[in-house]
Ligand binder design. Structure first.
Ligand code: FPP
Length: 237
């Protein structure tokens, strides 16, 4: 990959199209999710190599609980096995894993697998992988507001302390703003993903389904990011 390219500091990935990928191949939808794990592993290794510092993955939204129970159960088991097996390489690769989202009503076994991988990678420094699991941006804003109100009621902070920076620090994770959001499968929506963090992000919507979002597709996305002129509300240079 051309090292002169600007690399986004924080990338968000909405991993869409797993179900369609599988259905178009005559397989059950769940095979798409399984195949996505292989894609993710390769992408994580590549992103660490090219110097991305933060990656936020939309793994399961608060709304995804509305899916068929069999698919939800499959995904929960897939999370457990990924954190216990497939994602163990992250420990050696110096990747820190953290999670964004509500713990309720995730099954206890999923929570245990999440807590274990967080603990095992807590001192890692190469990059941070923030997995959004049972995540919704509206829920995050509600939870953050409650957290801040509680501190205010206890007299720990005054109204003047509530700044944009303070709100960011009290989101599920205190991460830098998103620079680049990629949503695979050609859908042009943000679907309740990191609305506060994405306020000045650049967006990219490749047509490929997530299992086909290879390292080569990722490099194409970075070339596209490099061409963008980010002005943050200022004047074009
Ligand atoms: C969207 O595709 C994908 C999901 C709701 C699940 C994403 C989950 C994974 C990739 C599993 C692993 C993640 C981690 C971090 C272990 P879709 O099912 O909505 O596809 P469709 O739009 O074609 O139906």
């Amino acid at each position: 990959m051309n090292l002169e390219l600007q690399i986004p500091n924080h990338i968000g990935i909405i991993m869409d199209g797993n179900g369609r990928w599988a259905q178009e191949k005559g397989m059950p939808r769940t095979m798409g999710h399984k195949s996505a794990i292989k894609t993710l592993k390769e992408l994580c290794l590549h992103m660490a190599d090219v110097g991305v510092h933060y990656v936020s993955l939309y793994a399961f939204s608060t709304e995804n609980f509305k899916r068929e129970k069999s698919e939800v159960d499959f995904l929960m088991d897939l999370f457990i096995s990924s954190f216990q097996k497939e994602f163990q390489f992250l420990i050696e690769k110096d990747v820190r894993v953290c999670f964004s989202g509500r713990r309720e009503p995730l099954p206890e076994k999923v929570l245990q697998a999440m807590d274990k991988i967080v603990e095992d990678t807590k001192n890692n420094q190469k990059f941070t992988l923030n997995i959004c699991l049972n995540y919704g941006s509206h829920a995050e804003i509600v939870d953050t507001t409650r957290k801040i109100c509680e501190k205010y009621h206890k007299g720990e902070i005054s109204l003047e302390d509530i700044t944009e920076e303070y709100i960011q620090k009290n989101l599920y994770q205190d991460l830098p703003p998103l620079d680049f959001v990629i949503r695979t499968s050609g859908e042009l929506r943000i679907s309740n993903f990191m609305l506060y963090q994405a306020s000045y992000a650049e967006f990219y919507f490749p047509k490929v389904y997530f299992p086909d979002f290879t390292v080569e597709e990722f490099d194409k996305a970075i070339v596209e990011y490099h061409k963008r002129n980010r002005r943050f509300g200022g004047i074009q240079k």
